[in-house]
Write a protein that binds this ligand. Structure first.
Ligand SMILES: Nc1ncnc2c1ncn2[C@@H]1O[C@H](COP(=O)(O)OP(=O)(O)OP(=O)(O)O)[C@@H](O)[C@H]1O
Length: 269
């Protein structure tokens, strides 16, 4: 099983040592419920890091800490730090504006969630929030984002169509373009292909592999073949704890922890 998964691993996987973010003693509570326990990890710049683990282990909770999504509910509490480099800023600090964090760290969700607007306006949305008004700049940035999301050729003649007229896979690439438009430093993906068919899934996976030249990526996935195919680093979580973090090949071929091995080989979870 382990070898079967590794046969699907992307060729030419590389690892780098530039650190984009450092997670120090991160804890998180939903009210009284402790969902994350003392997590320490690094995120490598312009690499893909996959978060895996059984349902309810805290993958999405962890991902959402990176763009301060949990701030939307008053009973949620963070502890510890997520330091963003190169400016060495703790993005969990109460002094840091969550809106500013979301400009720097964008998120793509499980189900495509375009706004009830045109294709153009979906991608221009974050740019307009940033105060960009000039049409020529908006057009250039929207085109760039759509090209980077591998959608431009399919939509360039119908930019004023409603986004809902696109297929599910196209809508998800539109959401990726929307997330890319503001030039984020980190892109968060929360099970981005779970609502898509195998062909649309393959195109999103290919896109993720291309995008890592431009942006640091964190992805939550239930699909271990997908983690093996797209990621350079993998974190295995269980019950709110980070059990093992390493280069993806090591996690899938020779994990150090027995719990990781049991999960990877399907003996558990
Ligand atoms: N809003 C919430 N309020 C209270 N508890 C929550 C809330 N959201 C999630 N939890 C709990 O936190 C724990 C972690 O949930 P989370 O969604 O992060 O897990 P996950 O690993 O992403 O799961 P899955 O793979 O099923 O999506 C679970 O026990 C879950 O029930």
């Amino acid at each position: 099983m382990v070898n079967e998964i590794m046969q699907t691993t992307r060729p030419g996987a590389s690892t780098s040592s530039t650190i984009k973010s450092v997670v120090n003693n991160l804890t998180f509570r939903y009210g009284d419920f402790q969902a994350l326990k003392d997590i320490n990890m690094v995120v490598h710049e312009k690499q893909v890091t996959a978060l895996i683990g059984p349902s309810g282990c805290g993958k999405s909770t962890f991902l959402r800490c990176f763009n301060r999504m949990h701030d939307l509910y008053p009973d949620n509490h963070y502890g510890g730090e997520i330091i963003l480099h190169p400016d060495n800023e703790n993005i969990l600090s109460p002094n840091v504006d969550p809106i500013e964090v979301r400009m720097r760290i964008s998120m793509v969700f499980q189900k495509p969630n375009p706004f009830p607007k045109s294709i153009f306006e979906n991608v221009a949305y974050g740019l307009r929030i940033r105060g960009i008004k000039r049409r020529s700049i908006l057009e250039e940035k929207v085109e760039n984002a759509l090209r980077n999301a591998a959608l431009w050729e399919e939509v360039k003649d119908r930019l004023n169509d409603l986004a809902f007229n696109l297929s599910g896979g196209q809508q998800q690439r539109l959401c990726i373009a929307r997330a890319l438009a503001t030039d984020p430093e980190i892109l968060l993906f929360d099970e981005p292909t779970s609502a898509l068919d195998p062909i649309a899934t393959a195109s999103i996976e290919e896109l993720i592999t291309d995008l890592k030249n431009k942006v640091t990526i964190l992805i939550v996935t239930h699909n271990m073949q997908q983690a093996a195919r797209v990621s350079d680093y993998t974190a295995y979580m269980y019950m709110g704890e980070l059990i093992e973090f390493d280069v993806t090949d090591t996690i899938f071929i020779k994990p150090k922890n027995k719990q990781t091995e049991d999960y990877i080989t399907g003996r558990f979870g």
